[in-house]
Ligand binder design. Sequence first.
Ligand code: SF4
Length: 309
Amino acid sequence: MKRLDFDRELASCKVCPHSCGTNRLESAKGSFCNTDAGYNISSITLHRGEEPAVNGENGVCNIFFSHCNMQCIYCQNYQISKNSQTQLVRKYDLESVVQEVVGCLKRNDTYRVGFVSPSHNLMQVIRLTEEIRKKFGDIITVYNTNAYEKPEYIRKLKGYINIFLPDFKYFYNDLGLKYSKVKNYFDYASASIDEMVKIAGKPVFDINGYMLSGVIIRHLILPGEVDNSLQVLECIANTWGSDVYLSLMAQYYPVLKVKYKNLNRKLTEEEYNIVVSKVFELGFENGWIQELGSAEHYLPDFEKKIPFK
Ligand code: SF4
C-alpha cells in the first residue's frame, strides 16, 4: 500500500461504519474510536486461546489494538477497549511493532500473526502485514474482528489476510445500539462477513489440520438474549450454509456491573442447552462449541505482561 493511500484514508476517516470524517493524521479528536493514525497497541503477546485450528502448533502472536469501534458495555477486554481510557495504550512506530512481532514469532517458533480489534486500524493492519512479511517472510494473518465493518474496506484486505474471525454478535440492530453503542450492526456485519467469505474462499488446512485460510464465524451467547443467538445461528446457516465453520462461545463473564440485570450474571445451563441444540438442529457440520463453565478461564488481565493465564 502506498503511503499516499494510507494518508488519504486517514485524513478524513471513513474506515468503519461510524464514518466520522476525522483527520486522524492530526489527532483522534472527534472520532468515535479515539484513535489517531499511529500504532496504538496495548499488548503484543503469544496467545493459544483461539480455536485449535487457528492456534496452529505453537500459538498466534497477537497484536491487541487499543480502543474499539464498538463500546460493548460487557466487554471482556474492557481494560484496553474503552475509548475513554488511555492508560494501557502504548504508542509504537511502525518499525518497533514489526520488531516486536518478529521477535515474538521467532521466540515462539510460530508464523501466525493475529490482529485483535482491528476494525478501526484496518489501514494500519495492511501496512503491518506488508512490513512483517518483508522482515520475516511468509506469515498466516488472522483478522479477529467484531464484524462492525464496511464491506468495501474488507475488500482492501484481499491478499493481506488469510483467516477471518468475525464475531457475529447481534441479529437485532436494536441490541447493537443498546449494548454496544453502534447503529445498524446486523446490516454491516452480515454484509462484511459476506465479503470475508468471498475473499477467503473455502477453508484450507495443512496436513496437521491447522487452518491456512478461511473464515470462522464466532458467536458469543449473551445471558438473557437466547433469541438473539438463535436468530444469528439461523442467519448464518441460511446465508453461508451449514458447512461454514462456526465457533459458538459460552465464555461470557460479567466483568463490569451494568444497568441490564441479565448481563450481570453468567449464562445458565438452560440457555446454553437451547442454543447448542439449535446448532445441531440446523445441521452445522464444522467448528467448535465452547463448554459451559469456561468463563473465568478466558479472562485476560492486560495489566500483566502476559494477559492470559
Ligand atoms: S475508524 Fe474511528 S475515526 Fe474512522 S470512522 Fe471508524 S470510529 Fe470513526
